[in-house]
Design a protein around this ligand. Structure first.
Ligand SMILES: Nc1ncnc2c1ncn2[C@@H]1O[C@H](COP(=O)(O)OP(=O)(O)OP(=O)(O)O)[C@@H](O)[C@H]1O
Length: 248
């Protein structure tokens, strides 16, 4: 079932056109990655989804109806972990629910329940400075997931991490996703990350216009494990490199 439909969306800032005629769908339970050169409008596109910005043209629909102006069906994980340094782990994880109007006590109870599956058992009373970078990203991800919104929007989720931690977290995310059925839209600079995480990778063009292309990644490829040695992966990465170049 199609959850999200982006139809001919355009956005300009003053006289600079950033997005033009962008269209794509996201199905229930899919991971869709969006890649594009720096400045191609990836963050702008996410802001159009969250409602921080409004499109100048086109339409965004959710579950067959226009996207509501308020109470959007997304939980957003920002590029940097954006944890508040004066709040402990569980308090940070509960913020998104509190903003939605859930009582502080209930929000923290729900966040606390997820600490263990998120590999954060025993960290409830720690401050962000007492966590590793990977743990901070897990708290940030938990803060999005606990909101139980239909779609998770991830903005460069692992970009700031070292390669080993990134690999661990990608594997962990895929294992969690397999058991949860989350629908995820993820923007990233990293072709390898896009191919590893996503069912489909969408390429934004360098100069505004319709998507430069799309590459499907078979679910038969063992993404959580074995991805690096699977012979089906290099051709997909090469195709994405070519699309990114052609988009120039
Ligand atoms: N609020 C704004 N006001 C004016 N121009 C903006 C604004 N936000 C983004 N832009 C411009 O829009 C273009 C696209 O920016 P955006 O951040 O969406 O790209 P991006 O693909 O996410 O880039 P990066 O990968 O470098 O983060 C850039 O030229 C940027 O300067």
């Amino acid at each position: 079932m199609t959850l999200l439909e982006v139809r001919g969306v355009g956005k300009r800032f003053a006289d600079q056109v950033v997005l033009e005629d962008v269209s794509f769908d996201v199905d229930d339970g899919e991971i869709v990655a969006i890649i594009g050169a720096s400045g191609s409008g990836k963050s702008t596109l996410l802001s159009l989804l969250t409602g921080a910005l409004h499109p100048d043209s086109g339409e965004i629909r959710f579950a067959g109806a226009p996207l509501p102006q308020r109470r959007r069906p997304f939980a957003y994980m920002p590029q940097r972990d954006a944890l508040l340094p004066w709040r402990r782990v569980v308090e940070n994880a509960a913020i998104g629910l509190e903003v939605q109007g859930v009582s502080r006590r209930e929000a923290r109870r729900r966040a606390r329940e997820l600490l263990e599956p998120f590999g954060l058992a025993g960290t409830e009373f720690r401050y962000p400075r007492q966590l590793s970078g990977g743990m901070r990203q897990r708290v940030s991800f938990l803060r999005a997931v606990v909101q139980e919104q239909p779609i998770l929007l991830l903005d460069e989720p692992f970009g700031a991490l070292d390669a080993i931690t990134r690999d661990d977290l990608q594997r962990w995310l895929l294992e969690m996703w397999r058991d949860s059925g989350w629908t995820i839209v993820c923007i990233t600079h990293d072709i390898r990350e896009a191919v590893r995480l996503a069912d489909r990778v969408l390429v934004l063009p360098r100069t505004p216009g319709a998507l430069a292309g799309e590459v499907a990644v078979s679910r038969e490829i063992p993404r959580a494990t074995g991805m690096l040695t699977d012979p089906r992966v290099p051709p997909l990465e090469a195709e994405l490199h070519a699309l990114l170049r052609s988009a120039g």
